[in-house]
Design a protein around this ligand. Structure first.
Ligand SMILES: Cc1cc2nc3c(=O)[nH]c(=O)nc-3n(C[C@H](O)[C@H](O)[C@H](O)COP(=O)(O)OP(=O)(O)OC[C@H]3O[C@@H](n4cnc5c(N)ncnc54)[C@H](O)[C@@H]3O)c2cc1C
Length: 342
């Protein structure tokens, strides 16, 4: 039933050559229940989508469950909106393209994020001013230990910046998200769509294209072109996107750092909090383009670490040096964004 000593190189965007003790790709909930019941005693499970937010720094002594369940279904609709239930193994960007094709709005700013729909709630994926939680309605998940199925609504998922309940000790690694239901805006409402254009280079790109009337498709095209310009393609340069979260600190702490480093890039969040640009701090310390032991900080994006031959361990070693350096100079801890398996 399972494949043994399975090389994960094609199943993680960092192209780490880690071996999984056992590997199984499931394309239905029945198959998932079957494999959970038949797994060797005492073997832990690890759910894997596209492997675009994991770092394998060593072999994985577990049963890797690769989610490839496919389906997209409109389960309810009104004049203004549709509820779409999507299976966990659907690729996120293909869902975005489907929604645009159908004329729905809500996902366009999240275009081209790698990975699967089932993984999207785990870190509440976000980009260009929009997060999954903005369109999230509910999810269904199966408990690995018992096979129990639950539904969680938005409040129960505890979404925050790159965070959800699935990253907390009580939930981490213990559930398989089998489907996610999203609420998208429908063109039938007739009121037009509200696009988020104020983030990053969107306005400049729209002006450059001389866009008279914005549509979900146009917005998605703009996001795709910005992302393709800025982020390295993992198929060319293995990476997991942003390696560190942008730290959130109190405004007092932000002011303390700003007094010392007036050019500090930061974004006020309200409620006495500010988000600091981790990439700016890393860049200021001269890490951009630096290569050590087979891992490299990307030439243009200081937040992106790439595997240039040393594998996941080299990338983790490099990330630790950056963490120490940033902490020594700015007094801020950079938390890794991907899940690291050592
Ligand atoms: C080039 C690049 C750009 C990126 N840009 C962004 C971005 O703009 N915004 C952003 O938020 N992220 C970004 N990411 C990170 C990544 O794409 C997302 O976190 C994505 O949701 C991960 O999906 P995945 O299927 O690859 O998850 P995996 O890497 O396979 O898994 C990630 C974690 O989720 C768990 N998991 C996966 N599937 C399930 C499931 N069905 N049920 C329960 N747990 C599960 C895994 O066990 C693991 O802990 C980027 C990554 C890359 C490589």
């Amino acid at each position: 039933m399972f494949q043994k000593q399975f090389c994960l190189v094609d199943h993680n965007t960092l192209a780490s050559k880690a071996l999984a003790a056992y590997f199984y790709a499931f394309s239905s909930e029945e198959q998932l229940h079957g494999v959970l019941a038949a797994r060797p005693p005492g073997v832990n499970c690890l759910v894997l989508g596209s492997g675009s937010n994991v770092v394998f720094a060593s072999d994985v002594d577990a049963l890797v469950l690769h989610n490839v369940i496919q389906s997209i279904e409109v389960v309810d609709q009104t004049e203004e909106s549709v509820l779409v239930q999507v299976a966990g193994g659907v690729l996120w960007h293909s869902l975005v393209l489907w929604s645009i094709e159908e004329g729905y709005s809500g996902l366009e700013n999240l275009s081209l994020i790698p990975g699967t729909v089932g993984a999207a709630p785990i870190q509440n994926i976000g980009a260009y001013g929009v997060e999954l939680c903005d369109v999230f309605e509910s999810l269904d998940a199966i408990e690995i230990e018992t096979g129990r199925r639950i539904s969680l609504n938005k409040a129960q998922c505890g979404f925050a910046y790159r965070h959800s309940i699935f990253k907390t000790p009580a939930y981490i690694g213990q559930w398989v998200v089998v489907s996610v239901t999203l609420k998208l805006r429908s063109p039938k409402g007739g009121g037009g769509f509200d696009f988020k254009t104020e983030y990053g280079e969107i306005e400049a790109e729209l002006a450059r294209r001389n866009v008279a009337r914005l549509t979900p498709k146009l917005m998605s095209d703009v996001i795709i072109s910005i992302r393709q310009r800025k982020l390295p393609d993992p198929n060319v340069l293995p990476n997991v996107g942003s390696f560190f979260k942008n730290p959130i600190v109190t405004t007092d702490e932000c002011n303390r750092i700003k007094n010392k480093f007036p050019a500090l890039v930061h974004y006020p969040l309200g409620g006495g909090k500010s988000k600091l640009a981790a990439g700016w701090m890393i860049d200021q310390l001269g890490w951009k383009g630096r290569e050590e032991g087979g891992a490299k900080v990307h030439d243009q994006q200081a937040l992106v670490l790439t595997n240039v031959g040393g594998g996941g361990k080299a990338v983790v070693d490099l990330s630790k040096k950056i963490q120490v350096d940033v902490f020594d100079v700015y007094g801020v801890f950079l938390e890794p964004e991907p899940l690291i398996f050592v």
